[in-house]
Design a protein around this ligand. Structure first.
Ligand SMILES: Nc1ncnc2c1ncn2[C@@H]1O[C@H](COP(=O)(O)OP(=O)(O)OP(=O)(O)O)[C@@H](O)[C@H]1O
Length: 570
């Protein structure tokens, strides 16, 4: 029920059954302040989806749609109730009862999987709203009652555990100011003061049910009490000097708090993970958050240096130490004095160099090649590898004592494919950066592209994603990045190749979904022009629900006047 009192309006969620006392009385369930309202003004009786209002002998009377209520009067959705100068509008009865919406967790997830599929296939909006109770188990009845009165028939809700309710909201895009989401949030906040709410939308925050639920839950858990947070706002941006990192996956967030703790110690750290996963960033974070942050951060990729040169690179040499050593040279370890050395691909270090490195770490002293004197050295080592160093140490490919020394603290970074929440987030951030660097207009990722990216295995991890977005920004001509702009290794579409002398192959076809989307975009543009930019008219012209129309306008980068922000590249 929407209540308008004085200068403000608020929503008052009605229970499915029971009695609601309306008035200025401290005991009234719907407590009003206006002097025109009697202390015990009226009573609502709710049962089996039916709502009746009874005037309790109020001084100024109760009216329904302008008619004075005598005795009990049944209310229908949309009825306007006047209590003194306070007005209340009822919205109910077209909604199904609570039991129809509240599902068991498994059934809810099954339903969400279906909704995600539908959303991706037809480009329809879908939002997942998570509510975290202030105390598990409290306010459940009030929240259930809101679900019963507020959910449309296509929507569903369910308790995922004692403290979290999940709502599936098809056709809700989660846009700022969107009435549908706002109303739900307001009603839930009234029913459960202090509840934290978060939402995720498909495909921006995830292209599968589990990712969306995780994103919505993370957003609700991170929201301040009584407030709503979007999953897209719940990512953490870490600024490490000139480096900027985006973290959204809970595992990554926890790993970076571990790194922050480790940074405070002087322990060597071993970072493990596939290529391009962000190992150097993690190593830099150790340095940045340590007392050494004002000292140098020196990187050596052990795999990139010819075996014969590694030793002199690391330890330095005296003049004439070997053929070609025309002048004395400071090694990398020495030049990192007071700071941190990042030894990337440490597993590739030759065994004799490993022995020498271990000695340096143990004695904190270094001897240049060809020199007899030792110099004291104050460095911290952060090493990284994509290999299983423990297995290498067991098999004798890596010195066990050095492995124990370097791996005193180990940080294992998960591959990008295991952080689905971060794929779309990083893709959008990298694409925006690349467009800015090229001085070109911003590009958007279509829903299909997000889906393709979320299903790709990312063998090159974050680096591959960054390179891909750089390529897309440089090569793409339109404002929307579609799957056919991506390399075939990513889309999985086999390249079409014809043997020499064969008749010319027909023009490669685009997937039907893309052709349909282009047709849809064209029709929407035409409709917008015909309706002279009035969106509701344009939507009506092509028989599209206005909310879907608005959602797709943003997806396609269409403006209200029907002028496209750029020509689609095809
Ligand atoms: N969370 C993140 N946010 C933003 N950029 C990231 C993130 N993680 C990695 N990157 C970027 O991805 C690229 C690869 O990261 P990085 O060099 O740290 O990976 P790596 O694991 O050390 O790679 P390699 O195995 O090749 O040494 C870099 O451009 C880095 O800035």
């Amino acid at each position: 029920m929407l209540v308008l009192e004085g200068e403000s309006s608020f929503r008052f969620p009605l229970p499915t059954s029971g009695v609601v006392l309306i008035g200025r009385d401290a005991e009234a369930s719907l407590r009003l302040r206006d002097d025109s309202v009697s202390r015990r003004h009226a009573r609502l009786a709710l049962q089996g989806g039916e709502v009746r209002i009874i005037d309790l002998g109020s001084h100024n009377g109760t009216l329904v749609n302008g008619q004075r209520v005598e005795g009990a009067r049944r209310l229908a959705s949309g009825d306007v109730v006047t209590l003194g100068t306070v007005v209340a509008v009822l919205r109910t009865s077209t909604r199904a009862a609570a039991t129809g919406h509240t599902l068991e967790p498994d059934a809810l997830m099954e339903r969400l999987r279906g909704e995600v599929e539908r959303s991706l296939r037809y480009g329809r909006p879908l939002a997942v709203l998570s509510l975290a109770l202030p105390e598990p188990g409290t306010h459940r009845e009030a929240v259930d009652s809101v679900c019963a009165t507020e959910l449309h028939s296509a929507e569903a809700a369910g308790w995922m555990d004692a403290g979290h309710l999940l709502l599936l909201l098809p056709e809700v895009s989660g846009d700022a100011g969107e009435e549908d989401l706002g109303e739900r949030v307001e009603a839930l906040s009234v029913a459960c003061p202090g509840a934290r709410l978060g939402y995720a939308v498909c495909p921006t925050d995830g292209c599968d049910a589990d990712t969306l639920v995780a994103a919505a839950r993370a957003a609700s858990d991170g929201a301040p009490p009584g407030l709503l947070r979007a999953a897209s706002d719940s990512a953490t941006r870490l600024s490490l000097g000139e480096r900027s990192l985006l973290l959204a996956d809970p595992a990554m967030v926890h790993l970076y708090s571990l790194i922050r703790r480790l940074a405070a110690s002087e322990l060597p750290v071993l970072v493990n993970g596939e290529t391009g996963v962000g190992k150097e960033n993690a190593a830099f974070a150790v340095h940045h958050w340590s007392r050494r942050s004002t000292g140098p951060f020196i990187t050596l990729n052990c795999a990139a240096i010819p075996e014969g040169l590694v030793e002199s690179e690391l330890f330095g040499h005296d003049k004439g130490a070997f053929t070609g050593a025309a002048a004395p040279r400071t090694g990398l370890l020495e030049s990192a004095h007071g700071g941190t050395v990042f030894l990337d691909e440490v597993g590739e270090l030759p065994l004799p160099v490993q022995a020498k490195l271990l000695r340096v770490l143990e004695t904190k002293r270094i001897t240049r090649l060809g020199e007899a004197r030792e110099r004291s050295l104050d460095i911290r080592i952060v090493a990284a590898t994509h290999r299983n160093l423990e297995a290498d140490a067991q098999d004798g490919r890596f010195r066990q004592d050095l492995y124990f020394r370097l791996g005193a603290a180990t940080v294992l970074l998960p591959p990008l494919r295991e952080r689905p929440r971060e794929i779309s987030l990083l893709a959008r951030a990298f694409l925006a950066q690349a467009c800015q660097a090229l001085g070109r207009r911003e590009m958007m990722l279509s829903a299909d592209t997000l889906r393709v990216l979320s299903h790709y295995r990312w063998p090159g991890n974050v680096r591959e994603l960054r390179n891909l977005m750089d390529f897309a920004a440089a090569a793409g001509t339109g404002d929307v990045l579609e799957p056919h702009h991506l390399p075939t290794r990513v889309t999985g579409t086999p390249a079409t190749g014809a043997p020499a002398g064969a008749p010319p192959a027909p023009a490669p076809r685009k997937p039907l979904s893309e052709e349909l989307r282009e047709l849809e975009r064209r029709r929407m543009e035409e409709a917008l022009q015909e309706a002279e930019g009035v969106q509701s008219h344009a939507a009506a012209l092509i028989g599209m629900p206005i909310r879907t129309f608005r959602f797709k306008m943003r997806q396609f980068g269409l403006t209200a006047r029907g002028a496209q922000r750029g020509t689609p590249s095809s």
